[in-house]
Design a binder for this molecule. Structure first.
Ligand SMILES: Cc1cc2nc3c(=O)[nH]c(=O)nc-3n(C[C@H](O)[C@H](O)[C@H](O)COP(=O)(O)OP(=O)(O)OC[C@H]3O[C@@H](n4cnc5c(N)ncnc54)[C@H](O)[C@@H]3O)c2cc1C
Length: 288
């Protein structure tokens, strides 16, 4: 049965501390842009009818820049990300992933924190945040803690996030020196499609070698994952002679793709490796 909209109850806390108290008292799950929640509610897949409207909490808003990193409020929309010059300057993969997320209405309303906490393996920004080495600030009535994003997703829709915690901010360190950024999402169409698979790669280049490489994968495991096996093969290797075949073989150990309505495990496995090969050609080209 479809969700009954008039039964929805949205409570709006006046401050972060009130929001945390309400979360601790089980007032309802956080509702940011609502672009994921409304779909599952409308489809009748949510039992709960009470939600906590966090959309106006100032502590979760805005983009702050320091010399070392960008500090993004969890409520930043994709449109806000796309409008910020520092995102374009330092994090081109985030620009590409925000542009690839839904269409304008979703970009105007959907938030970065919602994209993370919805924990879809196919979400677009998580592979980029993994490749950029992001950290999450989580706040609860018990205090604040900072979690490396790569440790946040622990299985399908399983996160290191307690019921009384909010994702408040996302800190992304600026890549230093010469860096190469690659992101590609493969969907049924160029726009308005959830990813069949995606791959983000960020690498620094020093003395003609790969200095610090990170790869994030989407839709090929129960959660967004880092490709640690492929990374280990490539770390420190000369750009002129990257061990591409060995890295592509190692990438198989980083994935556990499945067949579902969007794609097949076979397609995901082959095309993810094709994307890594393409990313490595881009990386090699910076050395020439
Ligand atoms: C038509 C359409 C197209 C879409 N296309 C794409 C796409 O191409 N790529 C893509 O990645 N996604 C897509 N989405 C999914 C969605 O828009 C994004 O995941 C969006 O970022 C969700 O953000 P939100 O603020 O709307 O989340 P909400 O719906 O408000 O919340 C999602 C979940 O996160 C939790 N949550 C939200 N904020 C916080 C917080 N700060 N702390 C703790 N928990 C929190 C909520 O409780 C809920 O469980 C699409 C959705 C629709 C309807």
């Amino acid at each position: 049965m479809r969700g009954f909209l008039p039964a929805m109850e949205l409570q709006r806390p006046a401050s972060l501390s009130e929001a945390l108290q309400m979360l601790a008292a089980h007032t309802g799950r956080p509702f940011a842009g609502g672009t994921d929640l409304m779909v599952v509610y409308n489809a009748g897949k949510l039992r709960e009818t009470r939600f906590l409207d966090i959309a106006r909490l100032p502590e979760l808003q805005g983009i702050r820049e320091t010399p070392e990193y960008l500090d993004l409020g969890a409520l930043c929309t994709f449109t806000e990300l796309l409008a910020h010059p520092a995102i374009h300057r330092h994090f081109p993969n985030l620009v590409k992933s925000a542009k690839a997320t839904g269409a304008l209405a979703i970009q105007n309303r959907g938030t970065l924190g919602g994209n993370i906490a919805n924990a879809s393996p196919a979400a677009d920004t998580p592979p980029c945040l993994l490749a950029y080495g992001a950290e999450l600030e989580l706040v609860s009535p018990r205090g604040t803690r900072v979690v490396p994003y790569e440790l946040f997703h622990q299985g399908y829709k399983v996160m290191d996030l307690a019921a009384d915690e909010l994702v408040t901010r996302i800190r992304v360190p600026k890549p230093s020196g010469t860096s190469v950024h690659y992101f590609r999402k493969v969907g049924t169409r160029q726009a308005q499609a959830i990813a069949k698979l995606s791959l983000a790669l960020v690498a620094q280049v020093a003395d003609g070698c790969v200095a610090n490489l990170r790869i994030g994968l989407g839709a090929v495991a129960p959660a967004p994952v880092r490709a640690c096996h492929a990374e280990a093969v490539l770390q420190g290797q000369p750009l002129a002679n990257l061990p591409v075949a060995v890295a592509l073989e190692a990438l198989l150990a980083d994935m556990s793709p499945i067949d579902d309505i969007r794609s097949t495990a076979h397609y995901r496995s082959i095309v993810t490796r094709n994307l890594l090969a393409q990313a490595l050609r881009t990386l090699s080209a910076t050395g020439n």
